[in-house]
Each structure stands twice: as C-alpha cells, then as structure tokens.
Design a binder for this molecule. Structure first.
Ligand SMILES: C[S@@+](CC[C@H](N)C(=O)[O-])C[C@H]1O[C@@H](n2cnc3c(N)ncnc32)[C@H](O)[C@@H]1O
Length: 416
C-alpha cells in the first residue's frame, strides 16, 4: 500500500483567521522571495501569504486558494508589474496543478535561483558561507525528462480518471499529458485515462534508454491491453544495465544522471587505485558507474530489494561488494574494522545523514567525500557536521535534476 505523506502541522499562533478571508477572494500583492515550497511570498495585512505563479518583484492580483492558520495560499490571476524573467508556461495545467512551480520562469533564471537557494542554505554556517557555489549544471532536457510518474485517480464524478492533487486546494486535476514526463509515460497514460475505476493511485516508470515500462500496482482485470504489475524494469546508463525493483529508488532524470557521473568522477579525481565507499547506494547506480575508476567499491544500502538489484547490476564487474545495512551501522563497523577508505560518496534521502554515519565518516577519514543531496538544508547541516569532524568544504555545484520545479540537487566536495 502507498505510504501516506506525513504533513508538518503548524502548531504556532493563528495568523490568518481573524482576516475572515474566503477561498476565491482576490488580493493585490507584492511578490517577495521564494519559500521552501518554491512559491513567492508576500504579506496581506500582516499575515504571511504564498503566491503560486508569481516571481519576486512582481505586483499581482491573486485569488485565495486555501487559508491555513500560518499562511494564506493564493494563485496568480493577473500581473500588473511583470518580471523580466517571466515566460509563458508551456503546460495547460500550470497553476491548477502544483507539480511544477516554475514553468513561468525563464530556464536560465531557474538555474540561478537554485544556486541562490544553495548559497542561502550555507549561510547559517560560519565555516561554509564563504565557499564558492558554482553555476548550476543545466539538465540536457528541460521537458520530457522524468522517467517516473505517480498519478492519483479521481473519485465521485471523476472516478477512473488519472491526474494530480493540487497541494494547496487539494482539488483533483485531470491530467492527459504531463510535459515534464518522458513521452512513453504520456502514451501509457493516454491508454489508461478514464479506465481506472476502483484504483486510487498508480505509478508509471520507464527506462528512458531501454523503453521498458512498468505500471504499479496491478491494473484491474478488465484492462488487459496494458501489461501491469511487473516487479522490476530495466534502465541503461552509459552502457550499463540497471534492474530496478518497483519499490526501489532510481534517479528520475536519466540523461542528467549520465552527465553527473562525469562530474563526480572528475571532482573526486579518482585514480583507479582508490577504495571507494558508496553510502546509500540504492540499486548500485554510482557503485557500478564509478567502478571503472576505482580499485574497489563498497556499496551500503538498507533496502533488501535495492541491494538484490545492485548485486545483479554489478554482476559484470569484480571490484564491488555490497553491505545490506543501515548506513550509520555499516559505516561504524567499517570504521572499527580498520579498513582504509580513500574516497566516499554519500547520497542520502531528503532528511540527510544519521549523525552516527557522519561520525563514522570522520573516523574512516577518506581523502575526499562527495555528497550528493536533494535537500540543500540538510546538506548544509551534514556538511557542517563533517567540517566539525575535520573535513573542509571545497566546492558545491547545483545540478538540475528537476527542471520547472523547485527541487534542487547538489554535489558537494569535501576534503580531509
Ligand atoms: C537518494 S537515494 C540514492 C540511491 C542511489 N545513490 C542512486 O543514485 O540511485 C537514497 C537511498 O538511501 C537508502 N536509505 C535511506 N535511509 C538509509 C539508511 N539509514 N541506511 C542505508 N540506506 C538508506 C534508500 O533506500 C535509497 O535507496
């Protein structure tokens, strides 16, 4: 069963109810900086406001979508002072669907904003704030790049229909084509649209370089023309095949993944003689792709199905080994074993690294660490902990894995 996302409930004072605003009311607002949701912020009679579809510096009229206790969520209707960075969103659902936050912003500016967000995340830390953050690495594709979609199925009058839920209004939006998805996802969606009665959610994943498609979960028996319910699919990156279980993580932008492998190998200056640890290795993507540049690679991952895939994915190379365990425990054991680790790559989930994993890394004391992170806030916190332990942050490079959205991926290089 799909895991329900736990929302961070606001527990502070009620900042908005006294204004008596109703959904649909129009406000005139000055758009300020983006918040962590990728929405421009503003203020209405002292209450915090977010404005979907605005750009900092713009004056807009926006309608109220939802009144939370801590903010008024609005959506742009009209713009009286336009930003020079504004472009026409390509998608007909932009605004109603909240999946992309930044289609209305010129792509070059999106890359700059991502860099600014990384700089801002480093600011609270005295040892990190002066480090040069490089320009964001653009994605090879600005649309059609996502290999993984999770759709919601509507209820009531929209039963059987696939779409997305708007994050603020919680309104269901029927989607017949999502422009950031790989074409094969949209082709599969077209085959299924309107036929999904009795389902609540489903995902479509594709191998961008293999054409392999999986749909999970199993579709109802009456949909026999679209195969579903397979347990894994295959992707190919730089000539290496990756089997990926339906439950396992895989980078969503395959073309950008291929690009960052070069970036990582160059930044780590791998000389073919190093022992490398790949913490949070998933299905062994970095392990396999960096194995030609190392003497030995040890992948560590807690998910049993991901490790099973990783073993298959690395069956053609003889210098890798996998440990199925929590990163914090396995790294401590490696540190106690006295094994010499030259280089580490760490790619944790959004919450970042367990403090004990970071402590173990300081004991292992590799020459270089590459942190791959999809959350600048936890990345900065974890880099700071590593710097407390004796490492030095050398460089940070945002890499755009998620064009048109607020999501920021970064590569951070530390030296011992
Ligand atoms: C962002 S993904 C990175 C996967 C891989 N590096 C890749 O590029 O495909 C994070 C991975 O960490 C794993 N994970 C999460 N918490 C973990 C922990 N405490 N110990 C080990 N693995 C963990 C997840 O199962 C997931 O595969």
């Amino acid at each position: 069963m799909a895991k329900r996302k736990r929302r961070n409930r606001y527990r502070g004072p009620d900042l908005t109810t006294h204004l008596g605003l109703e959904v649909g009311e129009t406000l005139t607002l000055e758009a300020g900086e983006f918040d962590e949701r990728g929405l421009a912020t503003s203020d209405y009679k002292g209450a915090p406001v977010t404005i979907a579809g605005a750009i900092p510096g713009e004056t807009v009229s926006a309608s109220v979508v939802k009144v939370y206790r801590d903010r008024i969520a609005t959506l742009v209707d009209d713009i009286s002072t336009k930003s020079v960075y504004r472009v026409e969103p390509e998608c007909r659902y932009f605004g109603k669907c909240s999946g992309c936050q930044w289609q209305h912003i010129d792509y070059v500016r999106q890359l700059e904003i991502k860099r600014e967000l990384v700089i801002a995340a480093l600011q609270p830390y005295e040892t990190l704030r002066d480090v040069e953050v490089e320009e964001s690495l653009p994605s090879p594709e600005q649309f059609g790049y996502r290999n993984h979609a999770r759709f919601t199925v509507g209820r009531g009058g929209k039963s059987g229909v696939a779409g997305f839920m708007n994050a603020d209004s919680r309104q269901f939006v029927r989607i017949d084509e999502c422009l950031i998805m790989d074409d094969r996802i949209n082709e599969t969606l077209a085959q299924l649209q309107g036929r999904l009665d009795r389902m609540t959610q489903f995902s479509i994943r594709v191998g961008a370089n293999t054409g392999d498609v999986i749909i999970q979960p199993l579709l109802p028996a009456e949909i026999q023309d679209v195969p579903s319910g397979r347990q894994q699919y295959v992707e190919e990156v730089r000539g290496a095949k990756f089997q990926v279980a339906a439950s396992s993580f895989f980078q969503v932008n395959t073309a950008q993944l291929a690009k960052i492998i070069d970036e990582i190998a160059a930044m780590l200056e791998l000389d073919g003689d190093d022992t490398l640890v790949d913490l949070y290795c998933g299905v062994g993507t970095f392990t396999r792709l960096l194995s030609p540049y190392a003497r030995k690679v040890i992948g560590i991952e807690e998910s049993a199905s991901a490790v099973a895939d990783a073993r298959v994915n690395c069956a053609d190379v003889d210098n890798v080994e996998f440990i199925e365990a929590k990163a914090e425990l396995a790294a401590q054991e490696l540190a106690q074993s006295g094994l010499k680790i030259d280089v580490a790559i760490i790619d944790p989930p959004r919450i970042g690294c367990h403090p004990e994993a970071l402590e173990a890394l300081t004991v292992l004391s590799p020459r270089r660490i590459m942190m791959v992170s999809c959350n600048p806030i936890t990345m900065a916190r974890d880099i700071d902990a590593l710097c407390e332990g004796g490492f030095k942050l050398v460089s940070v490079r945002p890499v755009d894995m998620f064009p048109q959205t607020r999501h920021v991926e970064s590569l951070a290089l530390l030296e011992g």
